[in-house]
Design a protein around this ligand. Structure first.
Ligand SMILES: Cc1ncc(COP(=O)(O)O)c(C=O)c1O
Length: 357
């Protein structure tokens, strides 16, 4: 008779799957027997399985490159890591081993990059896409990175005042991008993203402030949909609007050659997760190509800035169920030894910090 919990899991989900298997009645994650780890370190415990980072980066690169080859796409694909997703040094080092480019959101990201550069882990030709609203320290750090010889730093203008801040007391050439303020999903309470420059302002802004400015080259148009890369009418509509704007801008801006489509690849956060990454990559690439061809515009290099996708599946939190509470006739709550809401230091780390002597 099938009456165990594992029977329910097996008949409801694809289980075992790529990540989870059961060996001799014990759960393994990415081939790691979790009970061995728990016996050694206790719970609550945060662990990272670093090879997953490289696997995901290589998978995305392969998918975009195959998608490009299938339609004879003329631009290149560049994988950037969105550094704010995890700043842990072991994550940054693993990501950089894969030769990725980086996307930053604050002054502190640049400090981290300077340290990685001093350690010989980051190359000065890496693309560094600087997103976010630029506070004075962020502007200063971007300028200092360019002064150190990083020749592919591209600050992405989040508003029409940032270019003046970046040029102040700075005489080197600047490559810049502009972020489009995308329309929010119709069911959302707000209409337009708080980030980026409004669609209708972008070409007039370029013509007024950049076209005749010998210090500045506009290289990139950037858009990011915070609901993620999804096979929905909303996503395809926003992508098509961004590519059409790219084409209009390219007609007046010869230096423009790249389109950044942001982050947003989903990850497995539940057992019956299904997502066709190949289909999405192929559809994105072919949509961009189609619209550019219709407009007689060369296809842009495509940049992505996947954060969760790069790092999310490499991390795990382990808890023990310490008790159960029956709060009404039907609901039995498992009580765990930490909180899903916080990333409290684990017991092993606390012991290292306070008791290791
Ligand atoms: C500009 C930008 N790029 C990339 C990302 C990463 O998104 P995700 O983790 O969904 O890939 C974010 C996340 O907020 C973002 O704001």
């Amino acid at each position: 008779m099938k009456n165990k919990y594992v029977d329910l899991i097996e008949q409801t989900f694809e289980f075992p799957n790529q990540e989870f298997t059961v060996n001799e009645n014990e759960l393994s994650w990415c081939g790691i027997p979790l009970m061995d780890i728990i016996k050694q370190y206790g719970t609550p415990l945060r662990i990272a399985y670093l090879p997953k980072i490289g696997e995901n980066i290589q998978k995305a690169r392969r998918m975009f490159n195959v998608a490009m080859a299938k339609v004879d796409y003329e631009g290149d694909y560049h994988y950037c890591y969105c550094t704010k997703s995890s700043h842990f040094s072991f994550v940054m080092e693993e990501v950089l081993k894969q030769g990725v480019h980086l996307e930053t959101s604050s002054a502190f990201d640049i400090n981290i990059m300077e340290t990685l550069f001093e350690q010989g882990l980051l190359k000065s030709e890496t693309f560094v896409l600087c997103n976010g609203f630029k506070r004075p320290m962020y502007v200063e750090n971007i300028q200092s990175l360019i002064n150190k010889g990083f020749n592919n730093v591209i600050p992405i203008l989040d508003n029409i005042f940032e270019l003046d801040l970046l040029m102040k007391d700075f005489d080197q050439k600047l490559k810049v991008g502009i972020r489009i303020a995308s329309e929010e999903e119709p069911k959302f309470d707000f209409y337009t993203s708080r980030l980026g420059v409004r669609y209708n302002d972008i070409i007039p802004y370029y013509e007024e402030k950049i076209a005749n400015n010998p210090q500045v080259e506009l290289k990139m148009l950037h858009f990011f949909i915070n609901t993620g890369v999804k096979d929905t009418l909303y996503y395809w509509n926003e992508l098509s609007k961004a590519v059409n704007l790219y084409c209009e801008l390219k007609k007046v801006c010869p230096t423009l050659d790249s389109l950044d489509i942001g982050g947003g690849f989903p990850i497995q956060t539940y057992l019956d997760f299904e997502y066709d990454y190949e289909y999405m990559a192929e559809e994105i690439v072919s949509q961009i190509k189609l619209i550019c061809n219709q407009n007689g515009v060369p296809e842009p290099h495509i940049f992505t800035e996947f954060g969760s996708y790069t790092v999310g599946e490499s991390g795990a939190m382990l808890y023990s169920i310490v008790n159960q509470k029956k709060q009404n006739d039907r609901e039995l709550w498992d009580m765990i030894d930490s909180s899903f809401m916080t990333t409290l230091p684990d017991t092993w780390a606390i012991n290292q910090r306070y008791w290791a002597g």
